[in-house]
Design a protein. Sequence first.
Length: 105
Amino acid sequence: MFVARVTGTVVSTQKVASMTGQKLLIVEPLRIDPTDREKLIGTGRSFVVVDTVGAGQDETVLIVQGSSARLTPQTEKLPVDATIIGIVDRVLVGQKTVFKGGERN
């Protein structure tokens, strides 16, 4: 599992039938800033994921990959490798909040 920020949307008019109607988003994984352990920063990488929770642009989300991505009711029969399974409200490191929903770092 990893935390990521939604950075975009993918539109695909030609795809396998089982993917019709699935919302595809681009996400950038986040990590704790090594120079300031009180905030999250992007890793510079991007992934295309299936959205199962109704996430939106700039939201911080929880992602699963691999076989775990196919363990939700919405994705169990889909050819997917990464799925959004939650919208993050808060990230705590030790006793410090490094992310709180509604804020953009």
